[in-house]
Design a protein. Sequence first.
Length: 343
Amino acid sequence: MSNRYFCKMKFEIGDKVLVLHSSEEGEIVDIINKEMVMVDVHGVRFPAYIDQLDFPYFKKFTERSLAQKPKKYVDDIRKEKSNQNKIADGVWLTFLPVFDSDEFGDEFVKELKLHLINNTVQGYHFSYSLNYFGKDDFELNNQIHTFEDFYLHDIAFEDINDSPNFQFEFSLLTPDKRKAEHYETGLKIKPKNVFLRVEEMKKKNEATFSYKLFDEYPDKTVVEKMEVSTSSRDHKIYEVSQARNLLEPPRHEVDLHIEKLTDNWSHMSSFEMLTLQLQTFEKYFDLALVHHLPSMIVIHGVGSGKLRDEIHDLLRMKRNVKSFINQYHARYGYGATEIFFQY
């Protein structure tokens, strides 16, 4: 039989296949649709079109002819492949559309498979959450290693119309004193933008489309206290956009439980603990504004309600606060307040 005949056969989960562009052998682990499957090659999973795959049977007939090619040619191919597979270009949120056909035979996107792609030289702990209109829908805490593809979950394509907000918090698997303790980032996409990306993807005959979350994990920034002077000759003047890069990364979620803030809390008075908690709140509130976060959650606990009341009194006086709410939450009970900003 010809190669062409085999390519048009329907693959099944568990089939051994040959990836034509890299000559690597893998295994079918999922059937995406009639044109695409999910392939596992040495523990790395990725989507592939059926016409990019073959059965390993034909590789055995070509191994002898490949071995007769000049050794230099084979070495060059391996080096080129190694460079292509390890390009450090950041951390990405990748969407894999799953297509289906309606009763008229027209193709449409049924759902989106979400993958976190780490194309950096560092591994991370990460917390991921998806919410619609401020309401949580999905949460996940896990790890992703260097140059790894991590499957997150699926979402219905129609849910793109409900303003999905994808939020991530990263920290290093291997702590580095020179790097930030954490880094928060997120993605909020408009339905029109997604529809355009899908059409562009189909025209280019690609399997996925992606959004970059960050290029490199940020360094720890030490901001020195600056004295105020009326003379511009004595001090450097920075633009706001430049000053923002010198600040500590913001936090979407701030836990003000005293044991989270200091190891010496047992030796502190109630007044000292409350002062530290409010100072921490003010710090991350200001960072949220500078970095233009749309919202943040402050975990104050229930207790006597003193810390909550102090925070609410402060929020009522801040002009950048659009609204705030302390309602029951599955994770915090009534011990957290969500703040929404206006700019």
